[in-house]
Write a protein that binds this ligand. Structure first.
Ligand code: ZN
Length: 138
């Protein structure tokens, strides 16, 4: 079995944002030379997510509004976690949006359903953070 590992780095200028990382993951699959297998893509930080959904700006605005209803950023004092930090909402948002995705690799390509794209979800940005890509197979 072959395996390939790569870290993707991000530094969003905003506290929250979504980035379509499908092209970068496709690059990793090509570089791995793996034709049949699996790719795991996971956030390496507990205030960021990797998830699969539609690349549609209205939906992304809906995610932002929905997450702000579930876990509003402010007031910071509403969270027990916010003693030395102000990012409790980011931990909660990450938990809802998920840590990782796994996608089948078939004939050297990401084996997606209709409209599926892979996103990095940032909930406590303005600093360098990483995503791990691991491809295994033959
Ligand atoms: Zn924290």
């Amino acid at each position: 079995m072959k395996s390939y590992r790569k870290e993707l780095w991000f530094n969003l200028k905003t506290r929250r944002g979504f980035v379509n990382i499908t092209p970068e993951v496709e690059k990793c699959v090509r570089a791995s030379g793996i034709k049949e297998g699996l790719v795991l893509v996971n956030a390496m930080h507990i205030t960021a997510s990797v998830f699969i959904n539609d690349d549609e700006s209205g939906l992304h605005a809906d995610f932002e509004r929905w997450l702000e209803k579930l876990a509003p950023e402010k007031p910071y004092s509403q969270y027990a976690h916010n003693t030395y930090e102000d990012n409790a909402d980011a931990h909660l948002k990450r938990t809802i949006m998920g840590r990782e995705v796994v996608v089948a690799v078939t004939e050297g390509k990401l084996d997606f359903g209709p409209w599926e794209q892979i996103f990095y979800g940032e909930f406590d940005g303005k600093r360098r953070k990483r995503v791990l890509v691991k491809v295994i197979g033959e």
